[in-house]
Structure formats: C-alpha cells, structure tokens
Design a protein around this ligand. Structure first.
Ligand code: HT7
Ligand code: ZN
Length: 858
C-alpha cells in the first residue's frame, strides 16, 4: 500500500462550488446521482485532469456538461477525467448496496435504517468525489424512499422541501455552510424524536431533536439536557454560538466509533445517547454528557474551521477533547475529572508513545488514516493545547482561540495556523513549543531536590526517548507547576510555574530552614513521566496533605508504584517489604477516614494503579509478576483494613439511588471497598455482593456487584450472571456489559469463558459494540490476555483474522495489544510476535490491519 506524506500536500486543482446529491434509497440497492459544479482553483497548480476518489463503487453513468462521457480512466478505485475548460458540471450516477456494507463506512444499514459515516474517507464509498478535507462545497440533498419503511429522512442543514409520490416520499435538505465531504450525512429510518429547543446568545431559536428507535425514547433525557448544557457552556466559555436553525442527533446501534459531528446531523453510537438509572452506570452518564458535548463543540473546532489534510487531525480532535474535558470539569468535580483524564492518558497513550506505533500528534506519514484516530492525536493532542493554556493563563488563551476562529472561519486550517493564532493572541513565544507537534514519545523528567543551609535546590533534567523514525530528539518546553511544603506546618508559600526548556536546569529557593517536601507536576501540568528518588515518608505526607487534589492522588499512586516495583524486582528484605506496604496501609487508612474529602475523590485515592500503567514503569515487564504483586497487595490491604472497608461499605449503602454527586460518590467507594474485600475474604464478599446485587436500584450498583462476583468462583456468580442476562436480554447495551464483565474478570477460567461466549447466540462480529464488549475487555484483562501459555494472544490473533474481512477498522484496533511485545518479558514476547507473524502471513489483509501489523513487527 502507498504511503501518504504530509510534505507532499498540494491544493486540489479544482473547486467544487456546489454539490447536488439525489438518493433513491433502498436497503439492498441505492442509486446516487451526484452533480458537481466545478471550477478551476486559482490557488492551485493547474491540471488537465481531475481525480475523483472512489471505493468499491459501481459506476452507472457519467456525464460532463450534460454529455455522456466514457473517456475517463480508472486508477485503482479512483476515477480520472480530462477536463478542458475552466468550469464544468459533472453528473455521476453510482449504485451501492448498503445492506452488505459491514465496514460501516459510507452508506450502511443498521437495524433496518440507513445512515452514513464519511469521516475520514467514507464519502468515496457513496459517489466519486475529491474526498479530502480541504475541498469545501455547499450541499443540497434530495432523498426518495418508501414511506412506510423510512418515514424519517434527514440530511445536513435545513429541510427545504418535502412531498409524496404514492408509496414513496421525498425530502430535500440544504446546508448553507460550505463543508468537506467527511461532514456529509444522511439518515433514513423509522425513528421517533425527543424534541426541545435552545435560544442562543443572540436570541435565535434552535430546534433540537434526538432520533432513536421507538422503545428508546425514555432514555434520551440525559443526552438532551447535556446538549443544552454544552450549547450554553460554549457560548459562555468560548463565545461560540450555534449557526443553524436545527440540530439533529440520531442514535444507531452499529457504529465504528463513539459518534460523528456531521454538520447539523450528528450520528451517534447508541452507547453515547441512551441512559437511564436502571440501564446505565454513573460512568455511562458521564460518557454520554462528554461525547454529546464533544460532537457539539466540533461545530466550531472542526466544522467551521476544518482540517487542511488528515495530518492536521489533532487540530480538531485535540482541541475538541480539551474543550470537552474543560466542560466536564465545570459540570462536575474538576479534580476527579482531571484524574480520570490522566488515568486514560497514562494507560492508553503512554503505552502507545513508548511502542512501535508511536507517532507525533501531527504525524508525517500514514498508509490508512483510520489507524491514526489514536489516543495520541486525541488525548496527547488535548494535553499539548492544555499546556499552552497553562502557560498563557485562561484569559489570554481565550484571546488566542478567538483569534484562531476569526482568522480561519470557513477555512481548512493547519496545526501551525492554530499555534500561530495562540502565539499572536497570547503574546507567548511558541517557537520551541512547536516541537510538541513534531516529536513523538513521552518526555522523562528527572527531579532531584536537595537542601543545604536555608536553601533548597531543585535539579530538573529532561530526556525525550527515541521513537520509530525519530532516533534523536531536542529538549521541549515543559511547564511544571510546583510547590514546596513546610514539613511542620503542612503549608506552602504558593504554587509556581516553572518551564523547563533545556536539557537540564537548576533552581534555588531561599528561606527554608529545613528540607521542604516537593510537590511537582501539580494538576498534571505536563504530559510527562516524572522520575525522582523520593522517600516514602514524603509521599505519605503529600498523600495526606497536598492541597492540589491531583498531586495528592499522584502521591498515593507513587507510593504503590514504588512498592510494587520493588516487589517485582525481587531481593527485598522482609522488613523492607513490610515497611513498604505498611506505608501504603497507613495512607489508605487515612484516606478512608478523611472527612474533608468527598467520596468521588476518596474513590480516586483508593484505586490501585492499573496493570497497564505498572507495566509501563519498566523497560521490559513481566505481566504475571506484576499481576501477582498487585493482587497480593490488594489482598493484604483488604485484610488489614477489613473493619474500615466494611464500615465504609455500610455507610455508602445508605445513600439514595439518585444521580447527585454525593450518591454517585457513595456508589463508587462502595464497589471499591468490595473489590478489596473480595481479594481478602471471597466468601464474605460474595455474600455482600449478592445482597448488593439483589437490592440494587441503579445499574452502577448492580454492575459493580456483578463485577465483583464475576471474578469469584462461587455459586452466586453463576446465579447472578444468569439473572442479569434474563433481566436485560432485550437491551443490547446492557448485554454488552454482560459480555464485558465476564471477559474482564479475574476468574481463573476467564479464557474459557470468552471462548464459550464467542459461541453465544447473542454474539456477533458484525456489531462493533458487541465485538469490543467481549474482545476489547479481554485484551485489557492482563491476567487472561497475558496467560503464560500464549492462549490469550492466540485468541486475539484469531479474532483479528476473522474480523478483518468484516470490519477492518475495528479489527485493526486490536493489533496494538499484541504490538507491545518488545516491552514484555522474552517468553511471552516470542509468543506475541509469533501471533503477529501469523496475521502478517495472511494474503487477504486489509490496508488497516496490514499497516498496524507491519509497524508492530518492524
Ligand atoms: N470525528 C469523529 C471520528 C469518527 C470516525 C473516524 C473513523 C471511522 C469512523 C468514525 N466515526 C467517527 C469522532 C469524533 O472524534 O468526534
Ligand atoms: Zn472528535
């Protein structure tokens, strides 16, 4: 497959002033007539031809300026046509079969309805078109369909006309805003809507609709409220107002990702729309709010200002993730949201950045763009913009954003355009900071604090590790928020922002009669790894007293990471091991007893670091040893703190089944307490979990209890799993949870369970949510996936080979789990590599999977 390079970018030689699309819709056969109004692009090098991208299309007819044309040539799937003049009208008729489109890109069928997914390159599966984000066009869409089968017909923009023709009906939609083809959407189906309205800051009324299947309407309330909150927040925080009279959201069951920001017609995975207290967890409620907001915010960061090419993907995704993170921080607990976001970054993006698939947030090349919808582009992209905000301050950052929107509204822009606008709007010098866009890898910052006389000296050094294709790196500006605590009073003199922009730096602080305690990278001000030799006593101090909630969480994590690292490395004397875990016990006991924090925060402080993060700590990890050490510690803590944990569980069980923060916090600590108790006393925990399951009035409690039971080998496990299935057998999203709970369990037979669930009547590879519920959960379950026999690796490799021809995008997303073989101990590494080689040997691989496998082996 060809490699696309950022440096090869050239503007498209033609402009498409207008695009008229006429759809004759049917599940098995849809005819598309596209009329493109073309004119030469004066800003591009002139060309005698035009290249129209296509993918798996059947061309029925081609006319140029009304005359049939058969002088075109095919280059692969693309259509090349010679155009003599400066302006032409092309008419292209194609035929497609949505029902057999299992890739879910282009026009596809889902549960009897028709819908589209065009980002990144799906429009070319509908008609021949310059399917690239820098070709903006004004779209008018006409749809005709059998009325009984597809009573609702939607497209971007506003509905301008509709009518009936016997058993058929038609609708015409016009979107006044020029847009790239990836933002095109249509939906046809038997749908009902929750409707509401929003009055914008300039007083315009916007009609809001959330379309779902008949039985799902009652579960759309939270999504609608979230949408209105997001619209108001974007006005207040970024000054951005919505720009059409209507905003439609449609929920579909079969979808490759979470949702899609098509102009005025968002298409959502049902998982991020439907929520009620009986079927969705508190986490699901938060996810719905976050994704609804994310897609809404794209209307400015993505749609009004779009990307010049797909190398600029982080321009819209990183920025929009930051915007949705800030929104969610404002809607709930800001520190808890920040901790959650950092946890995702460290458990998904850090491993990506230290593995064979590492790439900068603005990549230089790709073979298949779908593979670049990564945590690096999204989450690290957001962190990079967050750092600029931290350095500039909120007010100046807002000025930079305003300037960016003002300068580039209606354009296809670049990451450089964004940085320049922030630079001009804030007055920051971002020359060196641009390295964050071009260099991959997570910087390591070494921190050492010494003390002499009344001076504290802080030595900082940075190292950006080599990554594929980038052996040598330059130092980058790293903004670190720090505070120096007085040990006796437990206070500090104020937080400072230090920007480390050279390889190493020494800073001195006067007036410290005794050695202070350092709190560093507060709020996770930079996406880096901090390495420092810190005494457990200092960590215990910070875990109990740091006034920055993130730093407090970090101290707890460091305490555990340090101890588990020592245990796994071996050679610890018995008393050293005892002292290490005793420090953790003391800190955890203080967290359980601390009345100054709420339960949401207590839950964060109670969580042991995940195994993926623990594996990241060593150059070559032994997953078996890490799992064993973590479980042993959990068991010991559960035994040592049994009374406190039972008391916490009892207290939290009194909370009502409501959605307020206090009740959500109570549910969080309740399940966490149970997980410690399950490790320490499985029989007792099993009784408690079964009782919690039976008495549950929320999905959070029911799922939490079942999660604990699923990992235990008790009779209650089988009984409650069966009960759960029978209770929710008609609800696909809840049955996804049922599959995931079993695939992610600590049960010794988890692999056997997954194998038999593969043959369950409700399992299908054609639905991405279902495939992910079983296999992503399994790939993220270290004790099962990393079974020393290699069976877990084989299972995932088999899945990739089976899923690839059905849905290559989804299949390719399983490759990174195997791709981490270089960072795993040699025995398992050989087995992982062997499975990658087995996949690579297949002659039928899609471009998506082929690229991921070859990069992972390379
Ligand atoms: N911008 C959207 C990306 C997306 C996507 C990409 C590839 C294949 C299918 C897809 N569905 C949605 C989602 C977002 O980030 O908002
Ligand atoms: Zn997005």
């Amino acid at each position: 497959p060809a490699t696309i390079r950022r440096e090869d970018y050239a503007p498209f030689p033609w402009r498409v002033a207008a695009t008229h699309l006429d759809f004759d819709l049917g599940l098995e056969k849809t005819l598309v007539e596209a009329k493109l109004t073309l004119e030469r692009n004066p800003d591009a090098e002139s060309s005698p031809t035009i290249r129209l991208n296509g993918d798996s299309l059947k061309l029925v007819e081609l006319r140029c300026d009304g005359e049939p044309n058969d002088s075109y040539a095919m280059e692969g799937d693309d259509l090349i046509l010679t155009l003599p003049g400066d302006a032409h009208e092309l008419t292209i008729v194609t035929e497609i079969d949505p029902a057999s489109n299992s890739q879910l890109m282009g026009l596809f069928a889902s549960n009897g309805m028709l819908c589209t997914q065009c980002e990144a390159e799906g429009f070319r599966r509908i008609t021949f078109f310059p399917d690239r984000p820098d070709v903006l066009s004004v779209y008018t869409v006409r749809m005709r369909a059998p009325k009984a089968q597809f009573p609702v017909l939607l497209a971007n923009g506003n509905c301008t006309a509709q009518g009936e023709e016997g058993e058929y009906h038609w609708a015409e939609w016009h979107d006044p805003w020029p847009k790239p083809s990836y933002l095109f959407a249509l939906v046809a189906g038997d749908l009902v809507a929750r409707s509401d309205s929003f009055t914008t800051m300039s007083g315009r009324q916007v009609a809001l609709n959330i379309f779902v299947r008949e039985g799902d309407l009652e579960r759309t309330g939270h999504a609608m409220e979230s949408l209105k909150r997001a619209m108001a927040w974007d006005e207040e925080t970024f000054g951005r107002e919505y720009d059409l009279d209507i905003y439609n959201i449609v929920a579909v069951s079969d979808f490759n990702m979470g949702a899609m920001e098509n102009k005025g017609l968002n298409v959502f995975n049902t998982k991020y729309v439907l929520a009620d207290i009986d079927t969705a967890t508190d986490g699901d409620f938060d996810a719905v709010e976050g994704v609804i907001a994310h897609e809404y915010f794209h209307n400015w960061s993505g749609n009004r200002v779009t990307c010049r090419d797909w190398f600029q993907l982080s321009l819209k995704e990183g920025f929009t993730v930051l915007r949705d993170q800030l929104f969610s921080q404002d809607m709930g607990s800001a520190p808890v949201k920040r901790i959650g976001d950092v946890r995702v970054l460290r458990s998904v993006q850090f491993p990506e950045d230290s593995g064979p698939l590492a790439h900068p947030i603005r990549p230089d090349s790709y073979q298949e763009i779908s593979n670049f919808y990564t945590s690096t582009i999204y989450n690290k992209g957001a962190e990079v913009i967050r750092m600029m905000r931290t350095m500039a301050g909120e007010e100046a950052f807002r000025k930079g954003c305003d300037l960016y929107f003002e300068r580039h509204d209606g354009e296809a822009a670049t990451c450089e355009d964004f940085v320049k606008a922030i630079e001009d709007g804030t007055g920051l010098d971002l020359e060196q900071f641009r390295l964050w866009y071009s260099q991959a890898g997570t910087p390591k910052v070494t921190v050492a604090l010494s003390h002499e006389g009344d001076t504290a000296t802080l030595e900082l050094a940075q190292e950006v590790p080599p990554t594929p294709g980038q052996p040598d790196k330059r130092p980058m500006p790293i903004p670190l928020k720090i505070a120096l605590f007085d040990r006796a009073s437990g206070t500090h003199r104020g937080e400072q922002l230090v920007v480390l922009d050279s390889a190493s730096e020494k800073l001195t602080f006067e007036g410290f009669a005794a050695a202070p305690v350092l709190s560093v990278n507060r709020g996770f001000s930079a996406p880096v790894r901090i390495e420092r030799d810190v005494a457990p006593a200092d960590l215990t101090f910070l875990a109990a007293r740091d006034d920055d909630p993130f730093a407090r969480y970090e101290a707890m994590q460091d305490l555990v990471v340090g101890h588990l690292g020592d245990v796994v490395a071996g050679g610890l004397a018995a008393e050293e091991r005892e002292a290490g875990r005793e420090a953790i016990r003391t800190a955890l006991a203080a967290v359980l007893a601390d009345e100054r924090i709420d339960d949401q925060m207590r839950g964060e402080l109670m969580m042991l670091p995940g195994e993926s993060y623990l594996m990241e700590q060593s150059l070559v990890a032994d997953p078996g040893a890490i799992h064993a050490a973590r479980e042993t510690l959990k068991t010991w803590l559960g035994r040592e703190l049994v009374e406190e944990l039972v008391a916490l569980h009892e207290r939290a069980s009194q909370a009502p089944g409501t959605l307020d923060a206090a009740a959500q916090g109570a549910r969080k600590v309740k399940t966490l307490a149970l997980t410690y108790l399950a490790a320490a006393d499985p029989e007792r925990a099993s009784q408690m979990a079964a009782a919690e399951y039976d008495g549950a009035t929320t999905m959070t409690d029911r799922q939490g209890a079942l999660m604990v039971l699923a990992s235990l080998d008790t009779a209650q496990r089988t009984a409650k799993l069966l009960d759960f299935y029978n209770r929710y057998r008609d609800n696909d999203l809840v049955i996804d949870k049922w599959f995931a709970l079993q695939a992610s369990s600590l049960h010794p037979q988890a692999i056997e369970h997954v194998k038999s669930l593969r043959n369950h009547g409700d399992f299908t590879l054609r639905n991405p949510n279902r495939a992910r519920s079983l296999y992503m959960a399994f790939a993220g379950n270290p004790h099962a996936f990393h079974a020393a026999s290699g069976e877990g690796y084989r299972l995932i490799a088999d899945l990739i080979l089976e899923l690839d021809p059905v849905n290559s995008q989804t299949a390719a997303r399983f490759v990174p789990a195997l791709g981490r073989w270089r960072r795993i101990e040699t025995g398992r590494a050989a087995l992982m590599r062997g499975e990658l080689e087995r996949i690579a040997a297949s002659s039928q691989l899609s471009r998506d999977t082929h690229e991921q496998v070859s990069r992972s082996l390379g």
